[in-house]
Each structure stands twice: as C-alpha cells, then as structure tokens.
Design a protein around this ligand. Structure first.
Ligand SMILES: [Zn+2]
Length: 240
C-alpha cells in the first residue's frame, strides 16, 4: 500500500462480508500502519496475542538463504547459462535428427535446429547462431500450449513434441517450437524431474516441468503425423 487512495480500494474490496476477525485486522492495520524512511509502509502482524514470543530462527533462515544463494549463483552465472544453452542445443539437434530418421517418407520434411556456438564478446560469454530469415511462427509455446492448429506445420510440430515425450520414455518433452517453416530455434525442455542433484534447475530456467508436459498432453489430439510415427495415441480422460 502506498497512499490513502490505495487504502480506500483495499477497504472497498474487502468491506463486503467482513468477518469479526477481518474487522479486528483492519483496526490493527489502521492503528499500527507507519511509513518508513524508505517511503514503504509497515503493518503490524495480525497476531491474536500481541505479546507472543516467537522462537529465534535466525540460524535456520541464514542457512536456507546461503543454500538459495549458492543455487542462484550456480544457475545465473552467464558462463554457466551459455554453456547450458550450447549443451541443450546439441541435445535438441540430435532429437530433431532422430525424429527425421524415424519419420517415414510420407511424413515429408521434418524440423531442424541450427547449431549454437559458444563465443566471447568483450570478455562476456555469448551464444551465436545463424539468423533465420522469413516469417517467424510459434507452433507450441513453453507452457505446452498449441497454436496455429490445423496447419501442416503445426500438426508436425505437435507430433514432434509427442515424439520427444515417447522417445525419452516420458522423461521430457521439447516445447516452445517456433521458427521459420522447418528451421526452428530456441526451444525449451520440460522435464518430469525439475531439480538436478546439485540443486540447480535441470536444462534451463524456463523449464516448466510437468506443468508444460501435462498442458501439452491435455491439448494435443493425435493427428496423421503421430500415426505415421506410430506413436502411442494420447488418451484424454473425457475419451474414456
Ligand atoms: Zn500425438
């Protein structure tokens, strides 16, 4: 809350159907609110007994904070991130090649990922990849949602995601399928296990894990390309 107007909105939002406890909280908030030097506002905790003695958990909080800091440092360093990008690109390219080999001739053209290189620019690690010229399209986003339903490319993109799920023994799906025609780039991997043993996020920070996998499976209806790839059909609950 920053000013009287916001306090008013807050009160209007919550006035209807206020319980006794809510009213008590509002009185506590109104009487105890104060502005700090950094211009933020501070509210007292809505405690039943204002003289409650809370245990000192500073040690525990500090230990958790240090663990979190280590994880963030491991995840966020630019070098680590760029190296991960290159490793993931290699995995994605291999998957696309395997997909191309497993697809029968009737399937037609399949997708390919351009190679991503690791480089250094002004002392900073960077990734480099060739520019895709043409109209950029998104077929599946990183949450597993499907776009452009019905087009041949979109159906092929869906079968590619379904294929990644089957071929990885349900361990991961490739999502965020986008690019210019069959030249796709910058996908995400959603893995069924999110955290690695060293407490870092597997693949990239955009890994939406089972949320994206389940979203895709709930939206995907197997098409002629899934059939050509002989993928086990995705069954929806409402089909049963
Ligand atoms: Zn399918």
């Amino acid at each position: 809350m920053h000013n009287d107007a916001e306090v008013k909105v807050f009160e209007q939002d919550f006035r209807r159907g206020l319980s006794k406890e809510d009213r008590k909280f509002l009185v506590t908030a109104r009487n105890g609110i104060m502005q700090l030097e950094n211009s933020h506002y501070e509210l007292p905790l809505p405690l039943k007994n204002p003289n409650v003695q809370l245990p000192n958990n500073q040690d525990l909080v500090l230990r958790r904070l240090l663990k979190l800091k280590r994880r963030f440092l491991a995840d966020k360093s630019i070098e680590n991130h760029t190296r991960k990008m290159v490793q993931m690109n290699s995995l994605e390219r291999n998957l696309a090649v395997k997909f191309g080999l497993d697809a029968p001739a009737e399937f037609g053209q399949t997708f390919s990922y351009p190679k991503v290189y690791l480089g250094k620019l002004n002392g900073e690690f960077v990734t480099l990849e060739s520019y895709l010229n043409g109209t950029f399209q998104k077929y599946i986003n990183n949450t597993g949602n499907i776009f452009g339903e019905g087009s041949e490319l979109s159906m092929k993109a869906e079968s590619f995601v379904h294929y990644s799920y089957v071929t990885s023994a349900k361990q991961l799906t490739i999502v965020d399928i986008q690019g210019v025609n069959y030249a796709v780039c910058d996908p995400e991997i959603a893995s069924s296990t999110l955290m690695a043993r060293d407490d870092t996020i597997l693949f990239r920070s955009g890994n939406l894990s089972t949320t994206a996998i389940e979203e895709f499976l709930s939206k995907h209806t197997c098409n002629k390309y899934c059939l050509l790839l002989k993928l086990d059909q995705v069954v929806h609950e409402e089909d049963n």
